[in-house]
Design a protein around this ligand. Structure first.
Ligand code: 3H9
Length: 706
């Protein structure tokens, strides 16, 4: 059966693409489109053509899974189909519902007109995959909407709504009944007989001010954090304004090929699939329906609790915010109101939406009001006794079906669950701060958490617009457990001779939003000293430094005291000789000779320990897949998505190098830094993360024999 059905209604041929899940332009769809168009062109009974899709969406782009395979290069290519569309003397109308994305929108732009339903969205999201629109998007879109709007759309990758697309002229009309509307529109064009527009041949963009592109490059430079694609997009749109259509298309094709071969594209495409894979939990019954969550309680009206309440209210779910006193509730609600007001003022949330969300947040000090909630999330400070007491109260106050969740960032979920009579309905839901902004939702399964609860919370993540990942229960779960090695090495390198600016510069040029030391300054150094003392006690034989303690003793608690690793003028961070003197004095105190560091060494010492600890999480089943760890780090710790995540990056660097680094760091820092059996075996045998299952089985087998 062809992926594209052909039928004729009156004198209009209707080509229906039917290639679930998203009608991507894989080889079969391209072949079907070519066959359908060829047939319509020669069919004397056909005066016009409609291109429409079955299922939930219009063509959502090229088939990403074909990238790098022979199929992607096989004819007919997308451009061949577009040539045919533009050469057709019979009008072709794209009928759009769902999302017309990437190559999908590019095919629609090569049609002679576009009709859409009001709920449709259109966009060129290739930049999110480290690419640019490679099927004429940078040439046709600027001709249709002008270079500024095209640059905004293509460099952001954000889709626009049909109403906006109509205003801009990307679509010609919004209809209610898509197929009937498109057929009528196409028939009208045929009867009208007016010359058909061919965007790629349109030469109207000759007088664009070149300063636009210089400005845009500066703008992109501020946001792009080391990414190549946004700059190449500007180059292409500029070329589209300078060159005749055919030459601009050739320019775009060359730039697309360059990006397709780039590591950044590989990293981002890996990330795309990893995010989707992370939603799938092996072992859960496939027919398990998630429980509906209509009403939730959030315990703790602090910054975290308030942010969580906003997440639910934004998704239209009623929230009861609970705290011990009226004053705490008022304060919490005040912060929530301020956050909404700021977001309305910025233009990112419409007033009506903020009002609707605020109206869904109700406050109380009385647990008796929780008798009809479906989920309660505790978000108080990290103290096991306090959390257990709250869970015991929640167990008594909430209905039997309610899920009880803790937002702990590292405490033992089983110990928390033990305070209840329903440990199977207890789970960790770890939001990252600020919860209303950060995308990651690290869900932590306890030993007894039921499959239904896991399925519900994973589905809830998507409903809330978050990126859910399932973690096992251990100190720090997936993300924070790894973090200590990253910040630990940052500190050791300071003692050995690197400066805070150098360490942070390397991390930031790698693509991290903020270097590890600047990050610590932001989150307050004094708050960190308690955890550090506990860790020194737990691992007395491990290497440690007292840099943070020395800085705090000198009144340097980070941004809040305007000095820490740096000094701050407002929010501007500046190198500070005083901080360096404290660090140098501590090097002397520890008897460590200071030396120069290369950027490469700093990079490897910062990021390779993450990979090593990630491998141990895989070994212990804390993370289900290496990709899950990548998703956690990209969304919870601003690890650059264009590097694919720490595990993908580590594999690109070579797991043998990662293991060798772990050996060296274990000798210097302590046994916890050593590679585990999984990483050792992968490194020795030259295998990658895709072999984790098989290597773990081998290792288990060997243990049994031994
Ligand atoms: C491009 O077009 C290049 C051209 O310019 C030039 C070429 C020369 N291909 O996200 P979901 C799968 S680049 C293959 O969960 P939703 C996805 O993996 C492309 N597979 O659904 C998942 O599979 P599974 C530009 C794809 O409803 C399933 O579909 N286009 C593709 O939340 C459902 O996906 C884009 O970047 C694809 N293009 O969201 C659009 N897209 O079920 C990327 C999806 O096995 N896609 N899959 O896990 C999206 O943004 C969302 O998937 C979409 C649906 C909004 C369409």
């Amino acid at each position: 059966m062809s992926a594209v059905a052909y039928r004729v209604e009156g004198d209009v041929a209707v080509l229906t693409v039917d290639a679930p899940p998203v009608n991507a332009l894989g080889l079969a769809v391209r072949q079907g489109l070519l066959a359908g168009l060829d047939r319509a062109v020669v069919d004397d009974a056909v005066a016009a053509v409609v291109l429409i899709c079955a299922g939930s969406t219009f063509i959502a782009g090229a088939d990403i899974s074909e990238f790098g395979t022979a199929k992607a290069l096989a004819e007919p290519r997308i451009r061949t189909i577009q040539d045919l569309l533009e050469a057709s003397s019979k009008p072709v109308v794209a009928a759009i519902h769902g999302t017309a994305l990437g190559g999908g929108l590019e095919v629609a732009l090569a049609c002679h007109a576009r009709v859409a339903v009001a709920s449709a969205k259109l966009g060129l999201p290739e930049v999110k995959l480290g690419l640019l629109p490679g099927a004429g998007g940078t040439v046709r879109l600027p001709r249709l909407v002008g270079p500024e709007v095209a640059l905004d759309m293509i460099t952001s990758g954000a889709p626009i709504a049909a109403t906006r697309a109509l205003e801009l002229g990307v679509i010609d009309v919004i209809v209610e009944d898509l197929e009937a509307g498109a057929i009528a529109y196409a028939a009208g064009l045929a009867t009208d007989g007016a010359p058909l527009p061919v965007m790629a041949r349109d030469e109207r963009l000759r007088d664009v001010d070149p300063a636009l592109f210089a400005d845009y490059r500066l703008k992109v430079g501020k946001k792009a954090r080391g990414q190549i694609a946004p700059f190449r997009i500007v180059d292409c749109v500029e070329a589209a304004c300078r060159l005749p259509g055919a030459e601009a298309l050739a320019f775009e094709a060359a730039a697309f090929a360059e990006l397709l071969a780039s590591d950044q594209r590989k990293g981002l495409v890996h990330y795309f699939f990893a995010e989707r894979e992370a939603r799938k939990i092996p072992g859960l019954p496939t027919d398990l329906a998630p429980q509906p969550i209509r009403k939730v309680a959030v315990i703790g009206a602090g910054l975290m609790g308030g942010g969580i309440a906003m997440v639910f209210a934004n998704a239209g779910i009623a929230v009861t915010l609970v705290d011990v006193g009226q004053e705490a509730l008022e304060r919490g609600l005040g912060v929530i109101r301020k956050t909404y007001a700021a977001s309305v003022a910025r233009g990112s949330t419409p007033q009506a939406k903020a009002d609707r969300a605020l109206a869904l947040i109700h406050t109380t000090t009385d647990y008796a009001e929780l008798r009809d909630v479906d989920l309660a999330i505790e978000a108080v400070f990290e103290n096991m006794g306090v959390k257990q007491a709250i869970f015991a109260r929640l167990d008594a106050a909430t209905p039997a079906h309610a899920i009880l969740a803790s937002n702990t960032s590292g405490l033992d979920i089983d110990a928390i669950a033990s305070a209840t009579l329903r440990p199977e309905r207890v789970i960790g839901i770890h939001f990252f701060s600020p919860a209303n902004v950060m995308k990651l939702m690290e869900n932590v399964r306890g030993a007894q958490t039921s499959p239904e609860v896991i399925a519900t919370v994973m589905a809830l993540g998507r409903q809330l617009g978050k990126v859910p990942v399932l973690a096992g229960n251990c100190d720090g779960f997936i993300g924070n457990r790894m973090l200590q090695y990253y910040s630990g090495e940052a500190e050791f390198m300071l003692i050995e001779g690197a400066t805070p600016e150098q360490v942070d510069r390397v991390a930031e040029s790698f693509g991290m939003a903020m270097g590890p030391l600047a990050m610590r300054d932001l989150s307050a150094l004094d708050l960190n000293t308690v955890v550090r003392a506990a860790r020194r006690e737990a691992f007395p034989d491990e290497r440690c430094t007292l840099i943070v303690e020395r800085l705090v003793e000198a009144g340097r608690c980070g941004q809040k005291t305007s000095k820490g690793y740096y000094r701050y003028e407002g929010r501007t961070r500046l190198p500070d000789p005083e901080a360096l003197a404290i660090i140098e004095a501590h090097s002397r105190e520890l008897g460590v000779a200071r030396r120069a560091f290369s950027d490469e060494e700093i990079r490897d010492r910062l990021f390779m320990p993450l990979v090593n600890e990630g491998a141990k999480e895989l070994e212990e089943g804390i993370a289900l897949r290496a990709g899950d760890i990548d998703v956690v780090w990209v969304n919870g710790y601003a690890f650059p998505a264009h590097r694919g995540g720490p595990m993908f990056w580590g594999e690109q660097m070579g797991l043998d190098k990662v293991a060798a680094m772990a050996e060296r760091l274990a000798a210097a820092n302590g046994e916890r830094w050593a590679p585990g059996p999984l990483l050792r075996r992968l490194a020795e045998t030259g295998r990658g993360w895709s072999a984790v299952g098989e290597v773990l089985a081998e290792l288990r087998g060997e243990m049994q024999v031994a």
